[in-house]
Design a protein around this ligand. Structure first.
Ligand SMILES: [Zn+2]
Length: 224
């Protein structure tokens, strides 16, 4: 009887120990699973924060004005593919080709790869209906301002008027695009330049001949 009781107690003890170990293992395992879920969530958060689109954090990039992305074929005359690693100025140009559309100017930049007649391009072209075409990603240089291609973004504007002033639609899109670019690159409106301000080329003609209108344009960007 005594032997049986001792045997019974030992068995009970063994069952308790095994149950205890099993419980402990399951708690540890549960904790490990939770930790790895947390870790995975952290990783996702970091990846989302750091993901860049055209060199710009995704959350900022997503707020860009409506534009049509139509990148030029990489080529030595209009899209050399060199990285644009800093942006200190934004240059405004006019196409110097009255009544040509944004699509036509895009085609002109594109066919330079075949003709090789000159080196020219811009990141954006704004048409006289206000449409914006992006020709070059914002983390690559364009060929637009001889000495400043390495640290600037360029915008070409189409026009119809004899005095080379922009249509209201072109102007409105330009202001919105300039506002977005100055915010993204942490620039002031003083960093918005005419091509003329770097090298003296009469571009954009209307704003070279009307400096007061140029000042107003910068105020309009500020006021947006
Ligand atoms: Zn120009």
């Amino acid at each position: 009887m005594v032997v049986l009781t001792v045997y019974g107690c030992a068995l009970l003890l063994l069952v308790l120990v095994v149950w205890g170990i099993a419980a402990l293992v399951s708690v540890i395992r549960g904790h490990a699973v939770e930790s790895s879920v947390e870790l995975a969530q952290d990783k996702t958060a970091i990846t989302a924060d750091e993901r860049l689109v055209q060199g710009i954090p995704l959350s900022q990039f997503e707020t860009h004005p409506v534009w049509e992305e139509d990148f030029l074929t990489p080529n030595e005359y209009s899209r050399p593919g060199e990285p644009l690693t800093e942006v200190n100025s934004i240059f405004v140009h006019y196409t110097a080709n009255r009544n040509t559309s944004a699509a036509q100017n895009h085609s002109y930049f594109e066919q330079l790869k075949d003709t090789g007649e000159r080196s020219a391009s811009a990141h954006f072209i704004i048409g006289y209906n206000g449409e914006i075409i992006q020709c070059i990603p914002l983390d690559e240089i364009a060929y637009a301002v001889k000495t400043r291609n390495m640290d600037s973004i360029s915008i070409e504007c189409c026009y119809k008027s004899g005095d080379a002033s922009f249509t209201q639609e072109t102007y409105d899109s330009l202001i919105i695009l300039l506002k977005w670019l100055t915010e993204v690159y942490d620039l002031s409106t003083e960093d918005i330049l005419r091509h003329y301000d770097c090298g003296g080329k009469k571009c954009p003609l209307y704003y070279v001949e009307h400096p007061d209108a140029w000042e107003r344009l910068k105020r309009d960007v500020e006021g947006q």
